[in-house]
Design a protein around this ligand. Structure first.
Ligand code: CP3
Length: 340
């Protein structure tokens, strides 16, 4: 497969950065919103024709250089016995974890089979566009499992448990890691071309603590993909100065959130690791002039750094105008990056 996205991941020099967006499958696309009128989220994820259709929508509708599988990070908790429902207000667990039920979980790998057939279906429908598989980082997944109220954004129950039951927490994080490793291997065997680990709530604990307890587990998941020759992207959101610990033994690329500048991130991350990011998704609420001024400010970084993937600093918000997104994709693709 010839692809500017895969070339960049493989550290080949290209004439421009490749572009894709976190949360590009679904959410902002009119064609997805239309489909959502007649199908639930769960329905779309568990039917291979529909999941493949949504996965490939941003290729047509936005013109991005890679597809990300339409699925969710909370599939792993579901596979170890948690009862998950996607409500209009977000995902809800009907049996959130407490100190009393933590030992009742067991991994049933067959609950992930539908994801593998979705991957195969995407590959049948389009064999020329690279497909990104993913799962949630151990900490992010852990946090959601303690949440019974889908509106609660504090994760207080999970954090209280984490600080007061360290041994049990590590047991659970390791269990999530083992399930995720099997999941990554299954995704690789089904045909993904790249793997991203979403550790969206990395910054909820101090970076030193994340480094000590969780980073070795995240590294194991990422390395399971690499052992199958799948390049990896790690997204440790709000890791801040912890980025200095990211090196080539952990991942191939690291995705930077919008709190840091690309130049600063490039400075502190191991030079052998590429960078992805980091447009603030809220910039899409601004005028075209402001968006263009931001894009122009990236030309210098893009000229010097061929190991850079254009993306957001976090996923799209649902009310972003997809026409502005199309404009950004076109701009990235058509600008002169002065590279070759
Ligand atoms: O990037 C993509 O487009 C691929 C698919 C994808 C989804 N979720 C689909 C989805 C990916 C990569 C995710 C990751 C995910 N899911 C994360 C980590 C990244 C991040 O953005 O923070 C987290 C924390 C979740 C858990 C989750 N799933 C939440 C909190 C919600 C509700 C609020 C929201 O973000 O939409 C979901 C539901 C969800 N996952 C939707 C989609 C398209 C919305 C469902 C709908 O359309 O009604």
């Amino acid at each position: 497969m010839s692809s500017i996205f895969l070339d960049t991941l493989n550290k080949k020099k290209t004439h421009r950065p490749p572009v894709w967006f976190m949360r590009q499958a679904g959410r902002i696309l009119p064609s997805y919103k239309k489909l959502k009128l007649s199908h639930s989220f769960d329905n779309l994820m568990k039917n291979k024709e529909l999941a493949s259709k949504v996965t490939l929508m941003p290729i047509e509708d936005l013109g991005v250089d890679a597809a990300i599988l339409f699925s969710d990070i909370l599939i792993i908790p579901e596979s170890i016995g948690m009862k998950l429902e996607f409500t209009d207000n977000g995902p809800k667990f009907h049996n959130p974890l407490t100190a009393d039920n933590i030992n009742s979980l067991t991994f049933d790998s067959s609950k992930l089979d539908h994801v593998y057939s979705n991957i195969q279906e995407v590959k049948v429908n389009n064999s020329t566009i690279p497909l990104i598989g993913f799962c949630g980082g151990p900490l992010t997944t852990f946090l959601f499992m303690f949440r019974g109220n889908e509106k609660d954004k504090s994760f207080n129950n999970a954090l209280k448990f984490f600080y007061s039951n360290r041994k049990e927490s590590i047991y659970l994080l390791e269990m999530l890691t083992d399930a995720s490793i099997e999941y990554v291997r299954g995704q690789a065997d089904s045909g993904i071309d790249c793997f991203q680990l979403f550790e969206t709530y990395c910054g909820i604990i101090p970076s030193e603590l994340y480094k000590k307890i969780v980073l070795p587990l995240s590294t194991r998941i990422l390395n399971a993909a690499r052992e199958k020759n799948i390049p990896t992207i790690f997204f440790p959101k709000n890791f801040n100065e912890g980025l200095k610990y990211i090196n080539k033994d952990i991942c191939d690329f690291v995705s930077i959130d919008w709190n840091l500048s690309l130049d600063y991130a490039r400075d502190i991350v191991d030079k052998q690791v590429g960078i992805q990011g980091n447009m603030n998704p809220r910039l899409f609420y601004s005028s075209y002039d402001d968006i263009d001024a931001y894009l122009e400010s990236l030309l210098n970084f893009g000229e010097k750094n061929s190991d850079w993937i254009f993306n957001l600093g976090h996923g799209f918000l649902p009310d972003i105008d997809y026409v502005k997104v199309k404009h950004v994709v076109k701009w990235v693709k058509e600008s002169n990056w002065n590279r070759i």
